[in-house]
Design a protein around this ligand. Structure first.
Ligand code: ACO
Length: 383
């Protein structure tokens, strides 16, 4: 292999063939299994969309009922997992708590039968059902409260908000939250999906696959950016400070959080939908103080960076929606993970169907033919 083949960050290198989602970054198009994200956001639900992503087709009425029923049935988590989570430090980040809890599921469901469609379905159901319960449980436990049990009479998103806030959510809030999950459910090849696929390719269990993807999603250049956006808006503090703040960042070559994307060179279509969801929430529950700052920042960034294809990405407006729903900032990324479990599972299933273990090469740029020097003969070195 020659040095010319090397592409840092694997930029532009296909790592898989996939039929799950499609992005046209120049036109701002995102499709799940061929259906535009705008249509799914308007007409579908997160669970129906998850089924579409994982099994490739929209479910029939019967299939959807069975899928929803089974997910309701499996929402509870074992008391030993709750006890384990109670031992997590309350100062720990909820993404770390989620990664550890997701991995722990593998201890309790240890049978591994990757060629058995019933095993695959059970794992899909368990992960979609239990991840939200674990996120909500950690949130209550770190405040010193006992987790609340899921409510079987509530839909997926309403139940999550109920478990989180210990009260039934407003129907508009629950519907908007469900749309947010749909928007975040899948996004073709990206760092966490790649991580899930590499782990899947070793034929390990699906809980390890999801745990490794959760760990990857947590970084500030990936899913963690939604949290950083709110911190940035807080730091900017006022519309008047938007331009000086931006100038300073550009001068120091600092990234503006929530902007830019490896693939989209126009505004991310999910950012457009999220902005309109935020506006619906503001209309019903009052405007967020940071929204004017966000709009002014989008305008200022557009003036400065649009010629380089840098526009708002999915993380720019999602934080404002979650803030209005009363969700703490450090739960934004775990919520992203709740949604993305659907996409990761779809890629897990696709990977298993045509598996070959990932084993890329590297270009060695280190030394050769050096001699070992004993410790007392080594020259001093400041580290
Ligand atoms: N603010 C300012 N400049 C930017 C930004 C930004 N948000 N994003 C990219 N640029 C500039 C870079 O400084 C770089 O300039 P240079 O060529 O002069 O060095 C150029 O655009 C290319 O940037 P890269 O980081 O190399 O682009 P890449 O495709 O690798 O990165 C990424 C994409 C990581 C998303 C980047 O845009 C970024 O760090 N954005 C901020 C963090 C963020 O919002 N992440 C969430 C992404 S969406 C998601 O993961 C769910």
């Amino acid at each position: 292999m020659s040095a010319q083949c090397y592409s840092p960050g694997l930029d532009g290198i296909p790592a898989a063939q996939s039929g799950i989602s499609y992005i046209d970054g120049q036109q701002g198009v995102l499709e799940y299994r061929g259906i535009r994200i705008e249509e799914l956001a308007e007409k579908s639900t997160f669970l129906e969309t998850s089924y579409l992503l994982i099994w490739g087709e929209l479910p029939t009425g019967e299939e959807l009922d069975a899928f929803q029923h089974d997910i309701r049935y499996h929402r509870r988590i074992k008391y030993r997992i709750r006890d384990m989570m109670k031992c997590f430090p309350e100062s720990g980040h909820p993404m770390d708590a989620l990664q550890a809890s997701a991995a722990a599921l593998g201890l309790f469901y240890s049978r591994r039968a990757l060629d058995d469609p019933i095993y695959i379905r059970d794992a899909v159901i368990r992960l979609l059902a239990k991840i939200p319960t674990m996120v909500a449980a950690f949130q209550l436990m770190r405040k010193g409260n006992d987790p609340v049990q899921p409510r079987d009479d509530l839909d997926y998103s309403a139940n999550f908000l109920y478990m989180l806030n210990e009260r039934e959510p407003d129907p508009l809030a629950a519907r908007i939250f469900d749309v947010c999950l749909t928007l975040h459910a899948e996004h073709s090849m990206n760092a966490s999906t790649f991580s899930a696929m590499v782990t899947a390719s070793t034929l390990t269990d699906p809980y390890a696959v999801i745990a490794s993807a959760v760990g990857t999603l947590g970084g500030p250049l990936h899913g963690g950016a939604n949290e950083e956006v709110i911190m940035m808006l807080e730091k900017i503090g006022s519309v008047e400070n938007v331009r000086p703040y931006l100038e300073k960042c550009l001068e120091r070559k600092q990234k503006i959080m929530g902007f830019g994307h490896r693939v989209y060179k126009v505004k991310d279509p999910r950012a457009t939908i999220l902005q309109s969801l935020a506006e619906q929430l503001f209309e019903k529950f009052g405007r967020d103080e940071y929204y004017d700052i966000a709009i002014a920042l989008e305008k200022a960034v557009e003036e400065k960076l649009a010629h380089r294809g840098i526009y708002p990405n999915v993380d720019f407006y999602s934080g404002l929606v979650y803030r209005k729903l009363g969700i703490p900032t450090d739960l934004f990324t775990p919520i992203f993970a709740i949604a993305r479990v659907a996409g990761w599972l779809a890629h897990w299933k696709e990977q298993l169907a045509e598996n070959r273990i990932f084993r890329p090469t590297q270009i060695y740029i280190g030394h050769h033919n050096r001699s070992y020097v004993s410790v007392d003969e080594r020259p001093g070195r400041s580290l």
